[in-house]
Design a protein. Sequence first.
Length: 125
Amino acid sequence: MLTDQAGTVEAGSSATRAEETGFGLAGGSVVVAGTALATAGLIAPADLGVRAAAMAAVVAVLAAVLRDVRACLGVTAMAALIFVGFLDHRYGVLTGASAWRYTIPIVLAAVLGRGHRRLRRAAAP
């Protein structure tokens, strides 16, 4: 850990990167879990495409906002697992091939969100 004479952590050190990953993953997880709760309560269980689209939209926004790639990967994986385990199947069951095809839009949304972030950073002066 890199510190200056005052004892503060310098920007870019491993401590700040780990904190950035941790806070990004924790915050993103809260947003994904809240979205899953809202989706389960507001959208009928038969509308799996709409439920997947809601999760994909949240993942796209988080992928564009989160600075750390590892946090983005963790949030995307969590969103896919929550979708399969709780929004499609009940009681956290992760088996069955029918639900996993709906995770493709979630992953694609994460890729598009990261691409949007990269383009936005490249266009910044």
